[in-house]
Design a protein. Sequence first.
Length: 136
Amino acid sequence: MKSESIHRVAADLGVQAHYDTKIKTWAIGDKVFTVAEIGKMSPDALRKKLRGGENKKKAKKETKPRAAFDPEAKITLLVKENPKRSGSNAHAVYALYRDGMTVSDFIAAGGSYSDLKWDMKHKSVKIEEPQATTSA
């Protein structure tokens, strides 16, 4: 790798790069590399080594909270006939739905939250949250 590339990588990472002519090594940031080591690396490999290599854990991506269904929420069917292929497992699961049944009834009958989520996404069913009752 050419010295211009080494200096460019160091500048990108905000560290100094210095070549020691007596012992033929590169001091980049707080790391030291021999000419033989650095000669075999690509600029991306050098960046990776300077950042901490493969041992450094990546920052976790921010995730959305999973959809939680109220067990007492009512399920409304949006299609008249079972839209799943006859004879498939999906057809059997969709046959568990009854208009007006609660989420907990569907789960107890053998359905799953992922089934509910999929069918909601594909507009086969709708979940209606129960109305909150207030006492005066």
